[in-house]
Design a protein around this ligand. Sequence first.
Ligand SMILES: CC(C)(COP(=O)(O)OP(=O)(O)OC[C@H]1O[C@@H](n2cnc3c(N)ncnc32)[C@H](O)[C@@H]1OP(=O)(O)O)[C@@H](O)C(=O)NCCC(=O)NCCS
Length: 157
Amino acid sequence: MSIELMKKEDIETVAELEKQLFSDPWPKHFFLQELENEFAEYYVLKKDGEIAGYAGMWQMFENCDLTNIAIREDYQGRGYGKELLRFMISRAIEKGCEFMHLEVRVSNIKAQNLYEKLGFIKTRIRKGYYENGEDGIDMVKGLLGLSEEDSCDRKQL
Ligand SMILES: CC(C)(COP(=O)(O)OP(=O)(O)OC[C@H]1O[C@@H](n2cnc3c(N)ncnc32)[C@H](O)[C@@H]1OP(=O)(O)O)[C@@H](O)C(=O)NCCC(=O)NCCS
């Protein structure tokens, strides 16, 4: 397993996965724009040379926003989501961020469990945040005082 910076040639596969995994998928050109965005960082997780997942974030001063994280369906439930999120958190710490924020659908219990496992807490409900009217939950993790080597598990906070 390796985690590498996303490249233009990865976008075709990433956009395919995005369609399979999200009801409101980002189109290819969003990812292309993101690769040009100096405030954004996108990574792919590769297993046996194939893209098995991806994640991205934006940095605005001391805040990082996790924009997306996804693992190919047949690789889910094997710890790759946790690995990738740990990696994104360590990148945010490396870049000097003090907080990592994200939004998640109220119905997405799997993702909420993953985020809570790595120390994110729920801060507010965003009524009707998603295109289908579903509420979103804002979550945040404080990064001050954590080192990149900290494994970021809740029990260590
Ligand atoms: C959310 C997602 C990234 C998790 O990735 P994953 O590789 O399946 O997760 P992991 O195997 O690393 O599991 C991490 C934690 O997630 C939670 N989790 C995983 N599968 C779960 C399930 N079926 N039910 C409930 N919680 C689950 C658990 O807390 C798990 O920790 P544990 O194994 O120590 O109990 C993945 O399911 C996914 O890509 N979903 C579709 C896209 C998506 O919803 N992205 C998030 C948008 S906000």
